[in-house]
Design a protein. Structure first.
Length: 232
């Protein structure tokens, strides 16, 4: 390998290595908590809307009187705009989680694809709800410098998380709740999922959500719907 090729290969690794590290901030800030010392949490729910899960999840949130942030997938919004509208009507926040949610390749996205995925998702949300998102979350938190730039150019702050029960793949609600409880801190951002494709099925997600909220409330936590809670 020539020296030039070696340097090029190193530069490539430097560029895309952070893409496979979740919530990596090498190339841009990622909001992983709220600036507060009070026992407030932000509940975020990814990968919807999903007609098999979203209605029960929204019912569970209404019953618990908790507002959440939904990071939605643009193509799902186009397929189920009424569910996305209900999220907003119920008082929740709807934010950008790419148009197609390509787990395998999004972290490799070049500037054109990164911009397209983010733009199309924001357009789908605006068409369905009349509101423009202000936050972006990459699929499984894997991004790269082009993704950060594309989000920032569209006025989107990148949001990660600080507590996850791995419910996107896990089947056991008790373990999911235990993991999140152990990671809960003042100002924490909790990650949950609502897709039927991976992890829990049917009404399990809604039941897990209700149980998690009750557990965290018993631990003295409240839930905020302000993306910048603690700064005012
Ligand atoms: Zn996702």
């Amino acid at each position: 390998m020539t020296r030039a090729r070696y340097l090029l290969a190193c530069a490539g690794w430097m560029l895309f290595l952070p893409g496979v590290i979740r919530n990596c901030e090498w190339f841009g800030r990622i909001q992983k908590s709220l600036p507060t010392r009070s026992r407030e949490l932000l509940l975020t729910i990814d990968d919807g809307p999903d007609p098999r899960q979203t209605p029960q999840v929204l019912d569970a949130l209404a019953q618990a009187q908790v507002r959440a942030v939904f990071f939605v997938i643009g193509k799902n919004v186009e397929a189920h705009p009424a569910l996305c509208r209900r999220m907003v009507e119920d008082g929740h926040s709807v934010q950008n989680h790419t148009y197609s949610h390509s787990l395998a390749t999004f972290w490799l996205a070049g500037p054109g694809r990164a911009a397209d995925e983010i733009q199309r998702c924001s357009a789908a949300i605006q068409d369905a709800t009349g509101r423009r998102p202000v936050r972006f979350r990459a699929p499984v938190g894997m991004a790269n410098p082009f993704v950060h730039l594309a989000a920032e150019e569209r006025g989107l702050g990148v949001m990660g998380w600080s507590a996850t029960g791995h419910d996107g793949i896990a089947q056991d609600p008790i373990r999911v709740i235990q993991r999140i409880r152990q990671q809960a801190r003042p100002g924490g951002i909790v990650l949950l999922h609502e897709s039927h494709l991976r992890g829990m099925h049917g009404g399990e997600r809604a039941c897990t959500l209700s149980e998690l909220v009750n557990t965290l409330k018993a631990d003295g936590y409240t839930f905020t719907d302000r993306l910048d809670a603690g700064t005012h």
